[in-house]
Ligand binder design. Structure first.
Ligand code: FMN
Length: 171
């Protein structure tokens, strides 16, 4: 299966089945394989399995298509604003690269994912930072909700989004 073309946002998970801890770490390992500007160490991750926190997060993401209460496991991607960042303006880009790596690699493990748009929406990331008790020098870039899809047959498929019109040429 082409894991890039078959990645889809999955929002219905089998809540009786937990993703093993080592698989979550493996996903993060693949997130960390993504490049960062000037090789800065700009990302951290929080694995969230606490139902009280997930229910509190659901209040922040009321307008999300994903009903956040309907997942048991999440990964928060945290961007760093510490003074040792060589290219601080690129920290969100560093985080975005890790995010896509994780979501794409998850397909190879039969794990469904959906991201919750957070940074740079100030209302969302400020509320999320507070809930996770992050220090001032860190911010929530995004959350990924994860789980095994209920409807496995329709979870991963190639939507054929590609339209060659998105390409122009400068020769
Ligand atoms: C920046 C960004 C923010 C998103 N935020 C949310 C969100 O808050 N809740 C949600 O359910 N999906 C969210 N999504 C997922 C999109 O709805 C999804 O990618 C889009 O509908 C295309 O579907 P696909 O991911 O299956 O290709 C977000 C996607 C992006 C790129």
């Amino acid at each position: 299966m082409d894991i890039v073309l078959n990645r889809r946002s999955v929002r219905k998970f089998d809540l009786n089945k937990m993703i093993p801890h080592e698989d979550l770490v493996d996903l993060i390992k693949h997130g960390e394989a993504a490049g960062t500007a000037r090789r800065q160490k700009s990302r951290e991750y929080i694995i969230i399995e606490n139902k009280d926190i997930i229910n509190e997060l659901a209040k922040i993401y009321v307008k999300s298509s994903m009903n956040v209460k309907e997942c048991n496991q999440m990964i928060a991607i945290i961007g760093k604003k510490t003074e040792d960042m060589a290219a601080p303006e690129f920290v969100p880009t560093d985080c975005a690269l890790a995010l896509e790596n994780i979501m794409v690699y998850a397909v190879s493990k039969g794990i469904g994912t959906v991201m919750l748009g957070t940074y740079p929406n100030k209302d969302r990331f400020a509320a999320a930072n507070k809930l996770l008790k992050l220090t001032e020098d860190k911010f929530v870039f995004t959350f990924i909700c994860l789980g095994y899809p209920i409807d496995k047959d329709n979870a991963f498929y190639d939507m054929n989004k590609f339209d060659e019109k998105v390409i122009s040429y400068i020769k």
